[in-house]
Design a binder for this molecule. Structure first.
Ligand code: UDP
Ligand code: MG
Length: 141
């Protein structure tokens, strides 16, 4: 059983896609084991995306991610990290497979609706960024 952190980004919340994103995860057999809505400050967005601090898009990305409310969730299931990324589609919606969330709804490479951790290490960092372990529901008892 694997866990990953997913976010409905500010553009996804504005476009009323919270249920759409969660519904796609649930239809794939994944389970939501923690869920919150919040608005990040610029500093919090910078901390979340610290791995991208030297990228040319870091400033714009962290402005975008702090512009409005987001929904953060922990998603659990066999191969959850790669399953969520498959359901999301490629970062650039122009390259995303038809039927993925980003192909269906993203405006551009930055405003791409949804986030998903890319490895067990980043999942661990990102889950801990938003959720104390006491808030992670057990699905085995
Ligand atoms: N991003 C961007 N320009 C780029 C690459 C990425 O604005 O050229 C944004 C986009 O919102 C992306 C996020 O930065 O989702 C994190 O980038 P990453 O390469 O980790 O893509 P992801 O893992 O989200 O597919
Ligand atoms: Mg990434």
């Amino acid at each position: 059983m694997e866990r990953t952190l997913s976010i409905v980004k500010p553009d996804g919340v504005k476009k009323n896609l919270i249920g759409e994103v969660i519904g796609r995860f649930e239809k794939a057999g994944l389970r939501i084991v923690a869920l919150r809505m919040l608005k990040m400050t610029k500093e919090e967005a910078k901390g979340f995306y610290i791995v991208h601090k030297d990228k040319p898009f870091y400033d714009s990305l962290t402005n975008f991610m702090s512009e409005g409310p987001i929904v953060v969730m922990v998603v659990e299931g066999d191969g959850a990290i790669s399953k969520v990324r498959e359901i999301m589609g490629a970062t650039n919606p122009k390259e995303a497979t038809p039927g993925t969330i980003r192909a269906d709804f993203a405006s551009d490479i930055e405003r791409n609706i949804v986030h998903g951790s890319d490895s067990p290490e980043s999942a661990s960092y990102e889950i801990g960024y938003f959720f104390p372990s006491i808030d992670l529901v057990s699905t085995t008892s």
